[in-house]
Design a binder for this molecule. Structure first.
Ligand code: ATP
Length: 445
């Protein structure tokens, strides 16, 4: 994880936030490549969940919703984690995650393991961030930053049913920021207080819920495999009844083998009819499906939910590689080409050659209309390749002496380091085809 954090910072993917003020723990800002990579993760998710399907529509609800929403959903009463304080080291821990935490005095020990540890009894701590709406801070103005995007979907169920004219099974997808006042954030982006969630609520006839629950576990697992995560590092873990949330009829975590061990990447839950029933009761608006021949029921909901942050960490960890090439070490991010922040680099071999620069610039101008590409003419060519390897750019097109003679360029492959020559006029079509090819990581398990 340290190597990923340091590369992310060095190459401007992710910066610790508010650094000039000493930083704000476990809060991060995204630099240029981080933004490009997040855009890719979001776009690939949206393609798979909305664009490529007939049965799912998008929504973008507000972050601050009516406070009653969170009473109905159970968050005001129950969105809590058990918290313990240590009276000796003054640190705070999640009582159910003590085995993943370190003692403040002796980091090799768990909290409570040394005779000096003095832990309080666990008490429940609500993870929602509170705020006030309007100029007056009075009881009626209390509101919350959403801790999940799902509730913004449930409260729009009726709108979508009527206006988008859907009938179950159908889904509503949303991507946006969620906020949780985590007791022990950490492990880089894995657990942060502000994250971008991607959730889809799939409304089904109750009798079909189990079948769709299994379907979505499979779909989501395949999505990770499609985008190059190694199968040996992914597994599905089904929750036992004692671990499930109050609303859940069944929950499975898609886990990834992060450097901290197997941990939840994405959750897929069968939420039953809990949410629609609660909101019907609290809002006095019937949230149900009424069929053309009068059948009526409250649909069950299957929910795949994940954050861009957890995907980003998994992709970076899976992609990070170091190898020796020509007696020199190279660090390379073997990212799936559709996840890489930059798809191709255009490099004139000699940055001082006006002819090479001219040709390289015009190829770059052509490619950047469609793709995220980079132009670089500074420094030795080897150093420029290494820079691109470190940010995971799958291909580099190099303009050299021969280009000036016959209008061909070399394309260098990030993973195999193979080089081939292409007519400059065919580069765009070549790139488009290369992007559609299946990609598998060359990394061994
Ligand atoms: P955990 O048990 O790790 O706290 P959770 O079960 O509370 O997670 P969910 O409520 O199921 O998580 O949230 C759905 C998804 O949102 C998670 O699978 C994860 O991808 C993401 N997520 C949740 N909390 C965080 C966080 N603090 N930082 C980054 N991503 C998060």
């Amino acid at each position: 994880m340290d190597k990923i954090v340091s590369l992310s910072r060095r190459r401007g993917f992710v910066f610790p936030s508010s650094e000039i003020y000493g930083g704000l723990g476990s809060t991060f800002d995204y630099g240029h490549y981080g933004v490009l990579m997040k855009n890719n993760i979001r776009a690939r998710w949206f393609e798979a969940m909305v664009q490529d399907r007939d049965d799912i529509v998008a929504i973008d609800s507000a972050i601050i919703l009516h406070p009653r929403v969170w009473e109905a959903s159970g968050h005001v009463g129950g969105f809590t984690d058990p918290l313990v304080d240590c009276r000796t080291c003054k640190l705070r821990f999640r009582a159910d995650k003590l085995e993943d935490s370190s003692c403040g005095r002796k980091p090799s020990k768990r909290p409570g393991e040394t005779p000096d540890c003095d832990l309080t009894e666990p008490r429940q701590f609500n993870l929602m961030f509170e705020t006030t709406v309007g100029a007056l801070q009075e009881e009626g103005s209390r509101a919350f930053l959403r801790p999940e995007t799902a509730q913004g979907i449930f409260i729009n169920f009726k709108n979508v049913l009527q206006i988008a004219r859907r009938k179950p099974p159908f889904g509503i997808a949303q991507v946006g920021k969620s906020f949780r006042n985590e007791i022990t954030p950490g492990n880089f982006l894995f657990r942060v207080r502000e994250f971008e969630q991607m959730e889809m609520e799939y409304f089904v006839p109750p009798a079909e819920a189990e079948e769709w629950y299994r379907y979505w576990i499979e779909e989501r697992l395949n999505w990770y495999l499609q985008y190059g995560l190694r199968g040996s590092r992914l597994r599905v873990r089904e929750h036992g009844p004692e671990e499930r949330s109050h609303y859940s009829q069944g929950t499975s975590d898609i886990e990834y083998l992060y450097p901290i061990g197997w941990s939840e990447l994405e959750g897929v839950a069968n939420r039953g009819d809990f949410d629609l029933t609660q909101h019907s009761e609290y809002s006095a608006t019937k949230l149900e499906y009424v069929g053309p021949d009068g059948e009526r029921y409250v649909p069950y909901v299957i929910e795949p939910a994940v954050s861009i942050e957890r995907i980003m960490v998994a992709l970076l960890v899976d992609a990070y590689d170091e190898e020796i090439v020509a007696e020199r070490e190279r660090t390379v991010l073997r990212l799936h080409p559709k996840m890489a922040p930059v798809i191709a680099a255009v490099l004139p071999l000699i940055g001082k050659s006006d002819n090479m620069v001219g040709k390289a610039r015009s190829l770059y101008e052509e490619l950047r209309r469609r793709h995220s590409v980079e132009y670089d003419d500074s420094g030795a060519i080897g150093r420029r390749y290494r820079r691109q390897d470190e940010i995971g750019t799958p291909w580099a097109f190099t303009i050299d002496e021969q280009t000036l003679a016959d209008d061909t360029v070399t394309v260098r492959d990030r993973d195999s380091l193979a080089q081939e020559r292409l007519p400059i006029g065919g580069v765009r079509a070549w790139l488009e085809q290369a992007l559609e090819r299946d990609w598998r990581t060359p990394k061994q398990d």
